[in-house]
Each structure stands twice: as structure tokens, then as C-alpha cells.
Design a protein around this ligand. Structure first.
Ligand code: ASP
Length: 437
């Protein structure tokens, strides 16, 4: 058995966190490939090294650049001193400084956080260092080039029994050798690509929480941890705002059947959350998780005899498509059709869209409201149990919360309800208490 272990920024924020990482990696010789992020926040108002690098690269004056660059240098020096390592990054910093002066690219700048952390960690663990620029190839849009990466990386990993591969970046797939980064949080994606190409059995993603929580801890006090979740459930919850992993990080491992285990660097004994393709493990509760987002608008279109007008729906949706706006849901009645959209994306285009709908289908009226929050109640356990919807509605009714919209996906994996923004927190608490407490 072998594993890839990815450590997030908070797990490598300073020397004491590095020590924890060392203990975790050394405790299990199956942990063969280590993917580090750049040093993250050491305390609440601290600045991540990646953000300092962006700041230095965009510095408006030489003095601002020097100050910020020095701060970055000091972050690494503190780690070196704190661990008593016999290594100097001075030569690396000299090269980086020159490249910053030449303004060789913002992705290059951002990637140096992971690069330097990778060098330090490899030295500390006595693992090989593999520069991600030589083995991970990314297209101009920030997607990994599967073909090129998979052939180069899988070969390279065969040569190292134990190695550190920095997260977040690679090089452009056009052969120029230019550094290219994934979007923010992209070390999760690197971990997944390394797991796939190292043909490992498990991808451990170490962070500062003991797994994926059933609900947002800012809304529900100390929510339970999800023990096992499927990729599909995770996607539903992530789409609705729950975030632990970068959304592109599941695809490489998902297709290989490699599970991801979310673990807590500060509490390594906690089992964390296991993310799997499919499982016979009975979920602990009927629902796996609850997530939601505020800020949706509803466009309610009314027209007598709408039901008999063939093509009505298509014409309405065409208007949204013409304005490059995707819609979230589309509940309908006999003579009404409602389109639910993200308010922020909709607001600048609303009058054009209204005019477009009038032209396309001549409705009797169009009513706009922008006060909707959507909540997704997700769980593979719903399929096998009766009365889940009844329990949700009951819980909300008891709290006097009016439901404005209901949508159950045909997969029976989720029930989505819409409530007014002001009921958002209460609704999530009510559903949580109904199923989990
Ligand atoms: N350091 C990068 C960021 O802050 C990438 C990562 O941590 O995954 O977004």
C-alpha cells in the first residue's frame, strides 16, 4: 500500500507545524509522495506567503517590494532556524529577486511559495525533490494537460521511492517552460494528479479541520464530522458553498477509484472524512450534509394558457443563454414558470433580460424578487428511507419558516429548498437538529 500526502498552508505555516508534518510522514512509511502548499497563516490576521508573493510582484515602489520580499525571506528563515536545518535559501532568493525585477510572470511569482517550501520539506524529510515544473503541465486556462503530465510524471515517480513535489504549479504545456499555476487552492489538484500517477491506494489531504462537516460551523455550533461521503454528494455540497477541497481536485483520483481522506494535522488521531466513489457503509444519518448559499433572484413569468404554448420554455431559456447567464432551477406551474438565477450575475443584465422575455413570449407579467437563499440537503441515505422531505418541512414549519421553492433531484440524492435570506441560518439549524441531534 502507498499514499500521497498533501499538506495545506496552515499545516506548514511555521517550524512547529513542520515538526507535526515530519511526525505524520515518518509514522507511516507508506506515505511516499508529499505535496506541500506554501506557508499559510500562523494566526488569524497573518498573511499567507502566496499573498505576500502577489503583493511583492505588484509592489508600487522599490521600498514596498523590499519590505514585502524581506517578510517572505524571514518566514522561511524562521522555519529553517526553528528546525535547526543546515540549508540556505539565499541563492534561490537571489534568483527569484532577479526574476521579479524582470517581471517574468505573476504565476511564477505565486508559485515560489510552494517551490521553496518543497525544497525545505524535502531536505527536512530527506526525500527527493521533484520540481513540479518538470512533471506537471498546465494549459493556458489553468487545466492540467492530462496526456503530457501523465506520461512524464508517472515515469518520473518510478525513479523515486520517497519524494516531495510542490503543489499549485507546473509549466505551460506549450513547451516554453514558462511557470503556470492552477487557480487558488490548487495544491489539492497537484495532490490528486500525483496520487493518480503514483498509482497509490490513498490520497491523504491534511488540513486544519478533522474532516468535512455536516453543516457550516459558523451557523451550527460544533457540527458533526462526515465519516464517509461519495464524490457525488461532495459535489452537491461543494456546489452549494461548502468548501474543503479545490473543486478540480476530485477528477484525477475519482477516475482511478482512489479515495481521499481529509485529515487534521493538529489532531492526526482523528479519522477525518473518507471521500469515495461508492460505498456500502451505511451513512450515520439519513442526510450526509447540508449546505446553502444566499443571494438568488427569481424571475416569475405568468401567462394564461402557457401550458399549451409549445416551445415557451425554450424561448425563455434562450433569452438567458443569449445573455450568457446560467440558471440554477426552474420550478413551474400550469401558467407560471420561474427561473432562479444568481442575483450578482443577473443584476446588471436584468432589464435587458426582461425586455428579451417580453419580446420572445409576450407574457402577462414578470415579477422579480431577489431575496432567495437555497439550501441543499444531501444524502445517499435518502433513497432508502421514507419521509425525509416530510421531516425537513416539519422542522421548518415548527420554526415558522416559509418555504418558497422545493426541488428534489431525480437521483434522490438531494432536496433543495428555497427560503427568504433572513431565514437562512435558522433553516439550516432546524434541519440539522432534526436529523443529527
Ligand atoms: N498557496 C496557494 C494558495 O494560497 C495554493 C494552495 O495553497 O493550494 O492558493
Amino acid at each position: 500500500m502507498s499514499k500521497v500526502v498533501k499538506f495545506g498552508g496552515s499545516s506548514l505555516a511555521d517550524a512547529s507545524q513542520f515538526k507535526k508534518v515530519y511526525d505524520i510522514v515518518m509514522a507511516d512509511r507508506q506515505r511516499k509522495y508529499v505535496v506541500p502548499s506554501a506557508p499559510g497563516k500562523r494566526f488569524k490576521d497573518d498573511i499567507k506567503v502566496t499573498d505576500l508573493l502577489y503583493k511583492a510582484y505588484d509592489a508600487k515602489s522599490e521600498s514596498e517590494f523590499q519590505r514585502t520580499f524581506e517578510e517572505i525571506r524571514q518566514r522561511y528563515q524562521d522555519i529553517i532556524d526553528g528546525l535547526g536545518l543546515q540549508i540556505s535559501l539565499e541563492e534561490e532568493f537571489a534568483i527569484i529577486e532577479k526574476n521579479f525585477e524582470k517581471q517574468i510572470g505573476v504565476d511564477y511569482a505565486a508559485s515560489r511559495g510552494e517551490y521553496l517550501n518543497g525544497i525545505l520539506l524535502a531536505h527536512y524529510l530527506e526525500f527527493d525533490f521533484i520540481d513540479a515544473k518538470d512533471v506537471i503541465f498546465i494549459d493556458e486556462y489553468g487545466n492540467y494537460d492530462k496526456k503530457k503530465t501523465d506520461s512524464v510524471l508517472s515515469q518520473r515517480l518510478l525513479e523515486s521511492e520517497y519524494a516531495v513535489i510542490p503543489g499549485f504549479y507546473g509549466s505551460l504545456n506549450d513547451g516554453s517552460g514558462q511557470i503556470k499555476a492552477f487557480s487558488r487552492g490548487g495544491s489539492d489538484v497537484t495532490g490528486s494528479i500525483v496520487a493518480k500517477n503514483g498509482k497509490v491506494d490513498l490520497y491523504e489531504n491534511w488540513t486544519d479541520v478533522s474532516g468535512f462537516l455536516v453543516a457550516d460551523p459558523r451557523i451550527v455550533k460544533e457540527p458533526a464530522v462526515i465519516e464517509t461521503i461519495t464524490y457525488k454528494e461532495l459535489r452537491e455540497l461543494s456546489y452549494m458553498g461548502a468548501s474543503v477541497l479545490h473543486e478540480n481536485s476530485v477528477f484525477p483520483v475519482r477516475n482511478e477509484g482512489i479515495p481521499i481522506n481529509i485529515k487534521n494535522t493538529n489532531k492526526p488521531e482523528d479519522p477525518g472524512t473518507l471521500i469515495v466513489e461508492s460505498t456500502c457503509h451505511k451513512p450515520a444519518h439519513v442526510i450526509t450534509g447540508i449546505a446553502g448559499t444566499k443571494g438568488f433572484a427569481t424571475v416569475m413569468i405568468e401567462k394564461d394558457m402557457m401550458n399549451s404554448e409549445i416551445g415557451f420554455g425554450r424561448k425563455v431559456l434562450q433569452v438567458f443563454e443569449d445573455h450568457h447567464l446560467s440558471f440554477e432551477h426552474m420550478p413551474s406551474g400550469i401558467d407560471t414558470m420561474t427561473i432562479i438565477v444568481n442575483t450578482e450575475e443577473f443584476i446588471d443584465k436584468e432589464q435587458d433580460i426582461l425586455a428579451g422575455i417580453h419580446r420572445a413570449v409576450q407574457p402577462d407579467s414578470i415579477i422579480l424578487e431577489s431575496d432567495l437563499a437555497l439550501i441543499a440537503v444531501v444524502g445517499r441515505g435518502m433513497k432508502a428511507s421514507r419521509g425525509t422531505a416530510a421531516r425537513i418541512f416539519n422542522a421548518l414549519a415548527k420554526r415558522n419558516i416559509n418555504i418558497k421553492m422545493i426541488d428534489q433531484g431525480s437521483s434522490e440524492l438531494n432536496i433543495i429548498i428555497g427560503v427568504r435570506n433572513c431565514y437562512f441560518n435558522d433553516a439550516i439549524k432546524a434541519i440539522y437538529n432534526e436529523f443529527i441531534d
